[in-house]
Design a protein around this ligand. Structure first.
Ligand code: SDX
Length: 427
């Protein structure tokens, strides 16, 4: 017997069906609420509101569990690679060798970015933030690939996925190259996806570029850990923009802009800036813990807290260990890492953070690794976007294949009522 939710309103009882997911999550289906009662619900920030049914990612914030298509993040981070995980998220299963090869060759086939895209990036000042440039260039890709993809046509969708995966990676590195005054690089079809990130970013025409396998392995793991995360702010943005039947590049561009915010993906840059400030102020961790607790101080401990995880972010645990390993392997003794560990210890012992279930999130340690790998701070959120790209694509594709309606939330009006127009000469 399926569960029913009852609502008592003005002496009447309304019944709503309860739906249950494959991981035993439950939702009250209120899709008929307004028709039946004339009322809507209110849930600012959607803390209690589901927007869709999805087969892609599952996370349990209380238990600190994260799974992509049923596989745990721990297993995928240890045994898989970013391109295989991208395939898993987008196409719903781990690929065979042939399928993975077809995917990699599809990415290589579309890895050239139209030369006239360089005229667009030339229009930006060197000081432009890479995320703003990336959002613009991603949207501009529509101008050079105007045919909107029919998500129901398998080969069209496969081509759009490969185009997005390859061209996005190339343009994401262009922002760094422009900022440094370096020539823009091309994807190298003789290298794999993550190796290409390194050569796109750092290879120079003046001589050979040696790709460090330790760095590639660390980045591959970081990209896996960022690949998808249910209906977070940027993914929900991609879905709602795509629900108007806007194209894939336009929807991804909107996701890039949402991710840029310091409360979301911009936090990894904000964490490093915070740790640098603590270091420059003599490493006084206690002072910053007090600031974070002070309601009159807008300062928040960046990289701490999460809308859903009320326990350790499982990604943070894996990244913390990777940070130790990468710095060890590269022989880097970064005082920032020590400050991060002191900050984490102090916060986890402090009742303010414990009582609010504020733990380190994915952004707390990732910036330390990026810095060790030579990635500049203002490119950290671009790294997040590269990792999150397959998740955005997968969620956009699912939304379109499920023929979901255009997203259009309701509101409660609290403005002026019954005003009469007054001619400007009487105002
Ligand atoms: C990401 O959603 C996702 O899945 C996101 C993400 C993904 O993979 O897509 O995981 C990636 O965005 C991780 C989060 C990165 N952001 C930061 O690290 C920024 C710092 N964190 C916060 O601003 C905050 O924790 C949020 C935005 C992440 C979550 O905010 P919520 O769930 O809306 O919580 P809240 O703002 O209602 O805070 C609850 C309480 C408040 O105190 P009280 O009013 O109860 O007294 O906790 C406090 C907040 O002031 N609080 C913090 C804090 N985070 C929350 N206090 C100090 N420092 C913090 N970081």
């Amino acid at each position: 017997m399926s569960e029913i939710a009852k609502l008592e309103l003005n002496g009447k009882t309304y019944e709503f069906p309860v739906t249950e997911g494959t991981e035993k999550e439950k939702a009250i289906d209120i899709s008929k609420l307004r028709d039946l009662t004339g009322y809507i619900t209110m849930d600012q920030g959607y803390k209690n509101t589901g927007s869709c049914y999805s087969n892609i990612t599952f996370l349990d914030g209380e238990l600190g569990i994260l799974k992509y298509r049923g596989y745990t993040i721990e297993e995928l981070a240890e045994k898989s690679n970013f391109l295989e995980v991208s395939y898993l998220l987008i196409f719903g299963k781990l690929p065979s060798k042939t399928e993975l090869e077809k995917f990699e060759n599809g990415i290589r086939k579309y890895s050239l970015v139209h030369e006239e895209m360089k005229n667009i990036i030339d229009g930006f000042p060197k000081t432009a933030h890479p995320m703003g440039v990336l959002a613009s260039l991603t949207s501009a890709l529509t101008a050079f690939n105007p045919k909107s993809v029919n998500a129901n046509n398998e080969s069209e969708m496969f081509e759009a996925v490969c185009k997005t995966m390859s061209k996005f990676l190339v343009i994401a590195t262009w922002t760094y190259r422009k900022n440094k005054g370096y020539p823009l690089n091309y994807y190298d079809n003789t290298k794999n996806y993550v190796e290409n990130f390194m050569q796109l970013m750092f290879s120079l025409p003046t001589g050979p570029y040696k790709i460090d396998p330790v760095v590639v392995s660390a980045l591959d793991k970081l990209f896996i850990l960022h690949a998808d995360h249910e209906q977070n702010c940027s993914t929900s943005t991609v879905r709602i923009v795509g629900s108007s039947h806007a194209g894939l590049f336009a929807s991804i561009s909107a996701g890039v802009s949402a991710l840029w915010g310091p409360l979301h993906g911009g936090a990894n840059q904000a964490v490093l800036e915070m740790l640098e400030e603590i270091k420059d102020n003599g490493g006084d961790v206690a002072k910053y813990i007090l600031k974070a607790k002070d309601k009159d101080d807008p300062f928040r401990l960046m990289g701490f807290g999460h809308r859903v995880y009320k326990n350790f972010d499982p990604r943070a645990k894996i990244i913390k260990k990777a940070a130790d390993d990468v710095l060890d392997t590269l022989g880097i003794d970064d005082p920032i890492l020590e400050i991060a560990k002191q900050l984490e210890k102090a916060a986890l012992e402090d009742d303010y953070f414990k009582s609010r279930n504020l733990y380190p999130n994915v952004d707390f340690y990732s910036g330390i690794i990026y810095r060790a790998l030579g990635i500049p701070t203002d490119m950290f959120t671009v790294m997040f976007a590269i990792g999150r790209l397959p998740g955005w694509i997968a969620q956009w594709k699912e939304m379109r294949l499920n023929k979901e309606p255009i997203g259009r939330p309701r509101q409660i009006y609290t403005g002026n009522v019954g005003l009469q127009y007054v001619d400007i000469n009487q105002r």
